[in-house]
Design a binder for this molecule. Structure first.
Ligand code: T4K
Length: 390
């Protein structure tokens, strides 16, 4: 008989915010309230920009309202028009940001080992209308930066990165934030570095940073002089306060995430058809996304596993299913796009993202692994007509 009591009485969420110091946050917010300076390039935003730039070893950090607006401003500053090559295997914001600005996203396939763009697929998608590549460091795994740089150089394309998942991550010995013309970060509450809502454009290009700063503030220079078109992409002091309060906790958070990742890898090893997407030891990682792959030879389906986890109050996610080319408006614009994206199609049916961070501990991960084992064993028994574990 199946035990219908969930293994956890309270839900375990993917994306639970990590809060290093609520006390420091309150103290910083009180400072902002007494200064009566709440937005528009305030002192906390400036301090956050300096700390981020220093942490990443990058020349400029322009703090923005959120990662999506950061993408939109970066796309504008980069002057991308016509077609831009982008993965379909990403969060929808990457692709929407292009289309929102009237640029046509053209989907390229991914490397199944990194889940990031496959440079050969990118090459095949270049046309006379292509002006750039918007690559993603998905799950904080670095995209193939050297190969993409080579394609961009050969074909005179502008390369920018969506590094929303990749704060505190490196590609070998160089921190993410230093690649392409510019990279964008997300500091959303669910991210490794949490500023409630927030993001940034980071770049080593002076001109790019200057234009991004102008566009973030409607194109204003001074009080009544507008020099270019712009938008409102300013970060509030409250978001910056949360970011600054969390900065000091990042090293500890990496340790927590690393211990969780190791516990999942140990627990899942030996379960048929299941594996945790590996992290390449040549790169620094923030270990923020634990990506479980339910491969073709697994006796249980991805959705059986997800349903069983959820029944037990483990609110895992099948990010980023369905892939962007299967969501509107892209699905209707090109219903056949999937034919050229075999790895995206395959991988998007395999992924379950598991809870990590301070929301879960290693003992709880042991229970989550037991749920996975029981689900797989029950599927084997179901197929063979056995009764064990049923
Ligand atoms: N590029 C990439 C590759 C991205 O992944 C993202 C965002 C962006 C660009 C755009 O950056 P932002 O504009 O967002 O800065 C969530 C996040 O909202 C989104 O930031 C993130 N990626 C995406 C991967 O995840 P949803 O639609 O899945 O959110 P939702 O409401 O389902 O919440 C996710 C989980 O987090 C749930 O289990 C609940 C939990 N949660 C969430 C919040 C906000 C909490 O426990 N507490 C909270 O305060 O998009």
């Amino acid at each position: 008989m199946r035990n219908d009591t969930p293994a956890f009485s309270e839900p375990l969420h993917v994306g639970r915010p990590n809060l290093a110091s609520p006390e420091k946050f309150i103290e910083l917010v009180n400072g902002a309230l007494s200064r009566k300076w709440l937005s528009n390039d305030g002192p906390l935003v400036r301090e956050l920009e300096a700390q981020v730039a220093n942490y990443l070893g990058v020349k400029h950090c322009v703090a923005i309202t959120n990662g999506t607006i950061a993408l939109e401003i970066a796309i504008k500053v980069a002057g991308l028009t016509g077609e831009v090559i982008v993965p379909s295997w990403t969060f929808i914001a990457t692709v929407h940001a292009l289309r929102w600005l009237g640029v046509t996203p053209v989907f390229a396939d991914i490397d199944p080992e990194t889940h990031c763009l496959d440079p050969e697929s990118v090459r095949r998608k270049i046309t006379d209308r292509t002006t750039g590549i918007l690559a993603v460091h998905l799950w904080g795994r670095p995209a193939p930066v050297a190969e993409l740089e080579a394609v961009a150089r050969e074909r005179s394309l502008t390369l920018i990165y969506d590094a929303a998942h990749a704060f505190g991550v490196s590609a070998e010995d160089k921190m993410i934030g230093n690649f392409g013309k510019a990279e964008i970060l997300s500091f959303h509450a669910t991210k490794f570095f949490n500023a409630i809502e927030g993001g940034a454009i980071v770049t080593n290009d002076d001109e790019f940073a200057t234009r991004a700063r102008l566009m973030r503030n409607f194109g204003f220079v001074g009080e009544d002089h507008v020099v270019i078109e712009g938008t409102n992409g300013k970060m509030s002091e409250i978001s910056a306060a949360m970011g600054l309060a969390n900065f000091g906790g990042l090293a500890d958070l990496i340790d927590v995430n690393r211990a969780n990742y190791d516990a999942y890898v140990r627990g899942v090893s030996g379960l048929p058809g299941l594996r945790v997407l590996e992290i390449d030891a040549r790169h620094l990682s923030n270990y923020q996304y634990v990506v479980l792959l339910v491969e073709e030879d697994c006796p249980a389906t991805r959705d059986d596993i997800l349903a069983e986890l959820r029944r037990n109050n483990v609110l895992a996610r099948r990010y980023f299913w369905p892939a962007c080319h299967r969501m509107e408006p892209y699905k209707s614009l090109d219903p056949e796009a999937g034919a050229d994206l075999p790895e995206t199609e395959r991988i998007s049916d395999q992924v379950v993202v598991l809870p990590t961070g301070t929301a879960v501990n290693v003992d709880e991960i042991g229970v989550i692994v037991d749920i996975l084992r029981n689900t797989v064993e029950a599927s084997v028994n179901h197929r063979t007509g056995g009764t064990d574990g049923a």
